[in-house]
Design a protein around this ligand. Structure first.
Ligand code: SPV
Ligand code: MN
Length: 620
């Protein structure tokens, strides 16, 4: 190895790990990417500070007026996850699933290795070590990140636990993930060759290769790229790897905490749920779930930070995050509007300047892009990156190596006209069915058109690397393995009335949460409907009064909880069609689908109408 590229000091840091595979990987990508210089980083404060400074020196980040705050811009066409160019590499013609975007391994590797060849010429390669999950625990997965982006490496310091020491604990084992990323050729610090953006998931080598991008959902190895590798690992080792938050729910006046996980498609209220006032947060995006020896499900946060959507974070709707973003600390914001060193975003609760600097460069109100579309002041998918323990509501068990026992699982979606705001599944199996039937309208978190209704089982479809049938089977088996499976609930915060207005206030989710928590402790009865158990009016009325001192009317309840048979049947028709094309769907799932449709048809016949009031089910 050329000593002017990898000097003695950096080499020594690698050697101290005593891990031949780490050495091989680093050497391989030095040879291929041809960086001018390689810097190996440990968990030391000095090394972490080095990365932070490098992001500024490289101009990948700029200081904002508030101490510790920096701004990063992704390119104009690099503002969200690129689903089309993210592929799971498959050898031969193994049939995965309609839902999984696959590429032929050999030709994809050939392509991306060509793109990677010399891509770091004149640049500095950073070699970093992190740990997915709490360190030194059952959940830990050591991960090696190689990148030429100091922004990526800096973000990972905020988002993941340090892992250099974890690699030492590996004792030379090859059991780790690795990620190679390059932002590619840069113009004004933006990726120039966006048309050559590729993210290839190579399950055979437990690695992901990602090139020509900067947006964190594409670039940061440990986030959505590791999620894909971990889904395969979980499948092989009989645990679950989910696109879920973890939170502690604390009902008022009761001396207890009940932990929940929740899976919501991107930009559908997942972080907002985990941040409901008065509760505690463990994680907002990715969870590992294991069945413990006491017959319980335990979950741990894979991350230690939040890469959250900044739109609509304001003192009224998100007071805790707003305060964190408005006080000095180390944090990164991306793709917002900057004027005089201050960041501005959509829905922040104040008027935005008419000009400044944003993801399109110098910006003035009315500026249009090349396609003639007006450029908003800040991108809808603009984000903030913070440490979770910088929030006032961090759960004391956030880093517990044992994780936390899970009492409930919530599946959410964005649905304007079909699902009631809240219901509970009849059983674990029915709950798996419910999660596997999530349908949601697309958002700005992925490239492409917004507002299109798509099927998104367990909100995890974008990240699946195993056939959907196997994934569902794993969920079914997982619940059978434990004595006390969590109760499974469904929420929909986006139901609209005939006038097109939302039927619920944003804050109502706190009431739903307290009802779910109470159900786990057998404090509420419920009404049986064809889709599952829904809350009784009297219980919600009490909760609204207790929590918000608000009169919750019968009319509101009835509008929200009417069972919309026609829309539900249409929805299950759509989903049935998707599953009919999927190989290997477990028979128990098909059975649930058939029973579900039958129950809806029976109710339609019995009540002789398409929209049935919850009171009718209560009185039957
Ligand atoms: C999501 O889109 O689900 C996110 C952000 O959590 S990203 O990192 O882009 O996946
Ligand atoms: Mn996510």
């Amino acid at each position: 190895m050329d000593k002017s590229i990898l000097d003695k000091r950096n080499l020594a840091k690698l050697k101290a790990l005593n891990n031949p595979k780490v050495m091989q990987i680093v050497e391989k990508y030095i040879k291929l990417c041809k960086p001018a210089k390689v810097t190996v980083l440990t968990d030391s404060k000095e090394d972490i500070a080095y990365v932070r400074k490098l992001a500024l020196d490289n101009k990948e980040e700029k200081k904002l007026a508030m101490k510790g705050h920096t701004i990063h811009f992704d390119g104009y066409y690099d503002q969200a996850r690129d689903k089309a160019n993210t592929k799971v590499l498959i050898s031969g013609d193994v049939c995965l699933s309609k839902a999984v975007n696959c590429g032929e391994r050999e030709s994809c590797l050939k392509e991306i290795f060509e793109f990677l060849d010399g891509v770091m010429k004149g640049k500095e390669m950073l070699v970093r070590f992190f740990c997915l999950g709490p360190i030194n625990s059952e959940f830990s997965i050591p991960s090696l990140q190689i990148t030429d982006s100091a922004y990526v490496a800096h973000s990972e310091d905020l988002l993941y636990r340090q892992g250099y020491e974890e690699f030492k604990r590996l004792n030379g084992s090859e059991n780790f993930f690795h990620f190679v990323h390059s932002a590619g050729r840069l113009e004004n610090m933006k990726t120039a060759d966006i048309d050559k953006r590729r993210i290839y998931i190579d399950l055979e080598e437990d690695r992901v290769l990602s090139i020509n991008n900067q947006y964190a959902g594409n670039s940061i190895g440990l986030k959505k790229l590791a999620l894909r590798l971990a889904i395969k690992k979980a499948h092989q080792e009989d645990w679950l790897c989910e696109h879920m938050f973890i939170m502690g729910v604390h009902p008022e006046g009761k001396n207890r905490v009940t932990y929940f996980t929740g899976a919501f498609p991107s930009a559908c209220g997942k972080t907002a749920t985990a941040m409901i006032p008065g509760q505690t947060i463990i994680g907002d995006d990715i969870a590992y779930l294991i069945a413990d020896n006491d017959g319980r499900v335990r979950a741990a946060n894979v991350e230690k930070g939040i890469f959250g959507i900044i739109q609509d974070v304001n003192p009224v709707d998100d007071p805790i995050i707003y305060k964190t973003l408005a006080t000095p600390r180390e944090l990164i914001v991306s793709n917002v509007l900057v004027k005089d060193g201050k960041p501005y975003w959509l829905g922040m609760g104040q008027e935005l300047p008419k000009e400044g600097f944003n993801f399109s460069g110098e910006w003035k109100q009315g500026k249009k892009d090349n396609d003639g579309n007006e450029i908003p002041p800040a991108h809808k998918n603009a984000r903030y990156t913070i440490r979770i323990n910088d929030l006032d509501n961090t759960d004391p068990k956030a880093d517990d190596p044992k994780g936390v026992p899970i009492g409930g699982i919530i599946y959410g979606g964005r649905d304007s006209d079909t699902n009631v705001p809240l219901y509970q599944s009849f059983s674990w199996h029915h709950g798996v069915f419910l999660g596997a039937c999530i349908e949601s309208e697309t958002t700005a978190a992925t490239l492409g058109k917004e507002g299109v209704r798509v099927h998104n089982p367990m909100a995890n479809i974008d990240f699946l690397v195993i056939p959907l049938g196997i994934y569902i089977k794993n969920h079914i088996k997982f619940g059978e393995k434990v004595d006390m499976p969590p109760l499974i609930f469904s929420t929909n915060y986006f139901l609209k009335g005939k006038d097109g207005k939302f039927l619920n206030e944003k804050v109502d989710k706190k009431v739903w949460l307290m009802w779910m928590e109470g159900r786990i402790h057998e404090e509420f009865h419920a009404i049986e409907t064809p889709i599952g158990f829904i809350p009784k009016y009297k219980d919600l009325k009490k909760l609204f009064k207790q929590i918000f001192d608000k009169e919750y009317t019968k009319e509101d309840y009835e509008k929200q909880f009417t069972i919309r048979i026609k829309n539900l049947l249409a929805r299950f028709d759509r989903i049935k069609e998707i599953y009919q094309k999927e190989p290997g769907i477990p028979s128990i799932f098909v059975e649930h689908m058939n029973q579900q449709v039958k129950r809806l048809e029976k109710a339609k016949e019995k009540f002789g109408k398409e929209n049935i009031s919850p009171f009718e089910f209560e009185n039957q």
